[in-house]
Design a protein around this ligand. Sequence first.
Ligand code: ZN
Length: 175
Amino acid sequence: MNFCSKCGSARIEKKIPEGDTLPRYICQDCGEIHYSNPNVVTGVLPINDANEILLCRRSIEPRSGFWTLPAGFLENGESIEQGALRETREEAKLEVNDVKLFTVISVPKINQVYSFFIGEIANTDFGPTPESSEVKLFHVDNIPWDELAFRTVKLTIEQYLKHGRNSFFNRVLDH
Ligand code: ZN
């Protein structure tokens, strides 16, 4: 951090505030303590009765061109479920029913927490968006494993194939 986002000062010092346990960036002019906390990524594993999973081909970095589940950063003021449904609409023009929390994956190395809900595909007019160049159904026997964008996505799909829609896992990815 180079400048205080509150007052613009460049006099930022990293130290442990009184009563705290971790070092923080503290503005030496206005006294503002700048906390940095993990981001939450929230998304959906969309499935249907034909044993298919909906994936989006990313058209933005990181991992442009690779397949992913619809997901994105949680916004202020929304629940993780609302965020997951919003991202699914934004990235795939898709609605889902019977939504249930399915995986929670902490990735402390990059300061992110992923949450995926599982849900039944509710409409057939899903399709590409500015964030996804392609939106497609893949049969579970035909998942493009080598072209998946993220390990969290791979783990979530594997969980579904191995343990079904009524399972759940909470895991830490530490490497
Ligand atoms: Zn300041």
